[in-house]
Design a protein around this ligand. Structure first.
Ligand SMILES: C[S@@+](CC[C@H](N)C(=O)[O-])C[C@H]1O[C@@H](n2cnc3c(N)ncnc32)[C@H](O)[C@@H]1O
Length: 303
């Protein structure tokens, strides 16, 4: 669509003030990480598996002022998304890989890359799971002296466990994973009779195991039915805190460096939305210290 000044930008309207916190954590980490590693002889890479358009548009209600009508109006605010934040990081990453499956958004990413002719930005239209696994498995990260950061920022339950395993196997990537708690709720109802096959498959895919079923659900107290016969009803006994701990423990089984306590992000109504996890795949003590010192500081500040 033309706007008289060339092509109109593809708007990516998503998120809330919590999204700003999430992106603030990423921004803070990329900047400190890039400074810390620039003193060492590593090729620094950044991988954005769910890159979006590079920008984020949010709509906010604007209260009427004494000079305007009494009606509340809506204003649009556009701020940098994860891809632009990464491209903008100084010192620059040697390589920024952006993956996105929506062709319109890929077009927007290409335009952003043109704004930074001195930065090495690689854009791939495709499925995040396939592309991340391909990139992770393609290099001998340690031998080629490659280190980096990967951001997993799906809308929901899109990330498969195989992808997380591929990242952990590199022993070179630090991973920020925006883990969808709301998706877990939807797929793990309190009443297991409502667990259909598509929900079970989604959870198995995200966790690479079906052990959540035994861990999260248990038989409750016996109740009597209308005819007075006793029956025992199974229920989900894990609440959000326990589920988050369970996910934390599951990630720890594959990341040899460390997995930090996540930052909980909430919906506007206070309901849990996601847990922002930070995991280090590199088992070296020095690498874990550098990465977790920076990330701990950022997560505790809660940006
Ligand atoms: C929450 S948005 C990412 C926002 C982005 N990180 C930012 O800060 O601007 C999720 C993005 O993932 C894309 N997406 C969804 N499923 C995908 C998949 N399987 N592979 C690649 N991209 C996908 C969507 O089109 C969307 O742009």
């Amino acid at each position: 669509m033309a706007d008289g000044q060339g092509e109109a930008r593809v708007k990516h309207v998503f998120g809330s003030s919590e999204t700003e916190r999430k992106l603030g954590c990423l921004r803070g980490y990329l900047s400190a990480y890039s400074i810390a590693l620039s003193k060492q002889n590593f090729a620094r890479v950044y991988i954005d598996a769910f890159a979006g358009t590079g920008d984020r548009t949010e709509t906010r209600a604007v209260l009427p002022s004494i000079f305007t009508s009494n009606e509340e109006s809506i204003e649009e605010i556009t701020t940098p998304g994860s891809a632009r934040i990464a491209i903008d990081t100084t010192p620059a990453f040697h390589s920024v890989a952006l993956i996105e499956n929506d062709p319109e958004k890929v077009g927007a990413l290409r335009k952003i890359a043109e704004e930074y002719p001195d930065r090495r930005v690689h854009i791939r239209e495709g499925d995040a799971n396939a592309e991340v696994q391909r990139i992770c498995n393609r290099y001998s990260w340690k031998e080629e002296r490659m280190r980096g950061v990967i951001f997993l920022d799906p809308y929901g339950m899109e990330v498969s466990w195989e992808t997380v395993e591929a990242i952990a196997r590199t022993e070179a990537l630090d991973c920020w994973y925006f883990f969808p708690l709301s998706g877990l709720y939807r797929n793990a109802p309190k009443d297991p009779l409502k667990l259909d096959q598509s929900k079970i498959d989604a959870l198995n895919r995200v966790f690479g195991t079906d052990s959540w079923r035994q861990d999260w659900y248990a038989s409750g107290e016996a109740s009597a039915d209308l005819l007075g016969d006793l029956f025992v009803r199974e229920r989900r006994i894990f609440d959000v805190d326990k589920i988050e701990d369970w996910v934390h423990a599951r990630l720890k089984t594959i990341f040899k460096g460390t997995v930090l306590k996540p930052l909980r992000l909430k919906h506007a109504n206070g309901a849990p939305m996601a847990s922002l996890f930070f995991a280090v795949s590199n088992p070296s003590k020095a690498a874990v210290k550098v990465a977790s010192d920076i990330a701990n500081h950022i997560l505790k500040a809660g940006i």
